[in-house]
Ligand binder design. Structure first.
Ligand code: CA
Length: 229
């Protein structure tokens, strides 16, 4: 079990430090960011497991950031607002945040909400058998089939396909894929992912020629979509 990584986006240094201290105390790993314009790059690089996102920030604000993050990631997001009246408005905007916390908050409450989200995420059943169009993946016997043909994959290729098949059409960043397949992330592994994807594509193309089941999303990463019938 890897330590969950939480990104704290908050421009008030005192609050940011307090949150990080409490989260670390509760067993989480943390990183922080105070500038809204630097958040996207950090999210892509670090692939945090959860983001605490303050709304009023220098640079891009929390709402804009939440929308942008949702375009490529389902990472849980807890929005932090300074005004309780704002929560209704935020809910109406359907930003895709998982929870909202109002300032002033107790750090204990924040930690409790974070834990609650992780419990929820983990309670979701993880299907062992995935079917997307004519492609089926059975995690128990480690087998992928396209119609009636078996696809012979390496463990990394299998892992990548499994992650992407769980959420078809979702865009995954390279670092997120690395993190999920290998359980860790460090510089220089981006190209390894590209190689695995290239090989995976080649194997799929042998059975489904001319179909782009795994597409490249420029500047972000990869997306898996159902093959055409
Ligand atoms: Ca703020």
């Amino acid at each position: 079990m890897t330590t969950k990584h939480i990104l704290v986006v908050e421009d008030e240094e005192k609050i940011s430090r307090l949150l990080c201290d409490y989260l670390k105390e509760a067993g989480f790993r943390t990183s922080s960011q105070a500038n809204g314009d630097r958040v996207m790059a950090q999210v892509k690089k670090e692939s945090p497991d959860l983001i605490l996102l303050d709304i009023m920030l220098p640079g891009k604000d929390g709402m804009e950031l939440c929308r942008e993050i949702r375009q490529f990631s389902n990472v849980p997001i807890i929005m932090i607002t300074a005004r309780v009246e704002e929560i209704d408005r935020l809910l109406g905007l359907e930003l895709g945040a998982d929870d909202y916390i109002c300032k002033p908050f107790s750090p204990r409450e924040v930690v409790a909400r974070v834990k609650a989200i992780f419990r929820r995420v983990h309670a979701e059943p993880r299907a062992q058998h995935l079917v997307v169009g004519s492609i089926s993946l059975d995690a128990e016997i480690h087998q992928v089939m396209i119609d009636t043909q078996v696809l012979n994959l390496t463990p990394n290729e299998f892992g990548l396909l499994k992650i992407m098949m769980r959420q078809p059409n979702r865009v995954f960043s390279r670092s997120e894929l690395i993190n999920r397949v290998q359980g860790y992330d460090f510089e220089g592994y981006d190209r390894t992912i590209d190689t695995h994807i290239k090989n995976l594509r080649k194997k799929i193309a042998e059975i489904l020629p001319g179909q782009e089941v795994i597409s490249t999303v420029y500047g972000i990463g990869y997306r898996f979509s159902a093959p055409l019938d």
